[in-house]
Design a protein around this ligand. Structure first.
Ligand code: FUL
Length: 491
């Protein structure tokens, strides 16, 4: 008896020690986002504001020869823009600080084609300053579109222009932005247009992208840089609001640059499977036919906006919705009303998550049996950083099963991969068991990424199975949701 007791004690201690020891978290796979890119992706919808001389001339591309006095908003109120964006659930506004006509919405020292040379507010006006203050007050972020293509700059087409453009960036990125709690002005996204036409003297410019990007990184290290090829996020390849059904956030950029030398639009639309860099897609589309406000044009219908939401945010991309202010410098009432309808439709569709009623299990879970860090229940938890991970020894199919005490009726399924650890899923199929106990195939999909929304016929189910059958690495997800959309009827 005496000799056995210590052994039992040791065994007990050992098993206790084993039980309390935690498995190291799963390792990231492939190219992964920076924390800034994760925060950017969580914004989901932002507002684009095309505003400048074109608002007054009716053009889409000004030629750089327009008189400065043409720019003359009668009631500019950036607070109205910021309030509308905020109420529409958008996290930030990106303004065309300088479009292809070269006209600067702030008193730039690099140009004479600016607000300072107009009679608007006696040459003392500054749209960027007003927007920065408005965004700070509304608690939303500010970003800037600054076109490298400049149809006014006399030095365009020479090496000097790259330096002038760098100084232009310096001015904007060091003086403007939304003020954070620390009092610093922040620009959350720098938007670089790839368009590269002729300057005033008929010459084209070889852009020094390295100089431009490094200037942004130096002055606004947290800014996500948009261009056809990133480095922060990339153009989705069209202006219709449509990301590819297969949409990888990874992209191969070697040998490519923005503009004419960018990857094929089809590649931009789908990304590259297991691509070298994490450069997610941004879907830019206008609420109206033009990018700038034009007399006689009207905003898209609610149905069209919902379609765009499903094909952008619902396909692993961020939606940048352009809402152009009019000649008063205000967002027109019909656009603002449409945005509020859009917001309330999204709130009503996604307000009740029916998956919350489920008991959820996974055919495989990472870590030891007793560990709860990676369990399937995390898929129903709102905490972004709680996730389910499949066992790292898993190869082949992993099945998530949602079982309901009382059947649920739905037609939208949202899935989210935990992107800080990479994008892994490349195919899945979904089936359900109806109230009679019959099994039906429901839908299938390729990529998931940050967020995928699957549109299905309306079904009533006792059980739902998500079979993840093709991955680049064992799947890791942080959310599954089920919703009923009674507003947008197309599937
Ligand atoms: C394009 C520009 O040429 C359009 O005018 C618009 O600004 C759009 C967002 O990007 O490349």
């Amino acid at each position: 008896m005496r000799s056995i007791l210590p052994k039992i004690l040791i065994l007990l201690l050992l098993s206790f020690a084993l039980a309390s020891c935690k498995t190291a978290p799963p390792k990231p796979f492939g190219a992964c986002p920076t924390p800034q890119q994760v925060e950017w992706q969580k914004m989901e919808i932002n507002m684009f504001c095309h505003f400048g001389p074109n608002t007054f001339s009716g053009a889409e591309w000004g030629d750089g020869k327009e008189a400065e006095d043409l720019f003359n908003p009668t009631h500019l109120d950036c607070r109205q823009w910021a309030k509308i964006a905020h109420n529409a659930g958008m996290g930030g506004i990106i303004i065309t600080a300088k479009h292809h006509d070269g006209f600067c919405l702030w008193p730039s020292k690099q140009s004479t084609h600016t607000v300072a040379f107009s009679s608007w507010q006696n040459g003392k006006g500054d749209v960027l300053r007003e927007l920065g203050e408005a965004c700070s007050d509304e608690g939303i972020a500010m970003g800037v579109y600054i076109s490298p293509w400049d149809r006014n700059a006399p030095s365009y087409g020479t090496e000097q222009y790259n330096k002038t453009f760098q100084q232009t960036l310096e001015e904007v990125l060091s003086q403007y932005g939304a003020t954070g709690k620390d009092g610093k002005r922040r620009i959350f996204e720098q938007w670089f247009d790839g368009a590269n036409g002729e300057g005033p003297n008929g010459k084209r410019q070889e852009y020094d992208w390295h100089l431009f990007n490094s200037t942004v990184a130096r002055l606004q290290p947290d800014a996500v840089i948009f261009s056809d090829v990133g480095p922060g996020c990339h153009w989705v390849g069209n202006e219709n609001g449509e990301a590819g059904e297969t949409c990888f956030s990874t992209l191969n950029t070697e040998g490519f640059s923005p503009g004419a030398s960018s990857p094929h639009t089809d590649t931009l639309n789908h990304g590259n499977r297991n691509g070298q860099h994490w450069i997610p897609a941004e879907t830019d589309v206008s609420i109206r036919p033009g990018w700038f406000w034009h007399e006689g044009e009207h905003p898209k219908s609610l149905d069209e906006l919902l379609r765009i939401y499903y094909t952008s945010v619902g396909r692993n991309s961020l939606l940048l919705l352009n809402v152009p202010p009019d000649r008063r410098g205000l967002i027109a009432a019909e656009d603002s009303i449409r945005l509020m309808e859009f917001r309330s439709a999204l709130d009503s569709i996604f307000g009740t998550d029916l998956a919350q009623k489920a008991t959820i299990t996974a055919s495989s879970t990472y870590g030891r049996k007793h560990e709860k860090n990676y369990r399937a229940e995390n898929l129903l938890d709102a905490d972004y950083d709680k996730y389910w991970a499949a066992s790292d020894r898993d190869s082949g199919q992993t099945v998530l099963k949602l079982t309901f005490d009382a059947p649920v009726t739905f037609n939208r399924i949202t899935l989210q991969e935990y992107i800080p650890l990479g994008q892994r899923i490349t195919h899945l199929s979904i089936a359900y068991i109806d109230t009679d106990g019959k099994r039906h195939r429901l839908t299938e999909a390729t990529t998931v990424g940050y967020k995928r929304i699957l549109l299905t016929p309306t079904v009533t189910a006792k059980q739902l199975t998500i079979c993840i059958d093709e991955t680049l690495a064992p799947p890791i997800m942080n959310r599954v949701g089920l919703f009923m959309d009674n507003i947008y009827n197309a599937q």
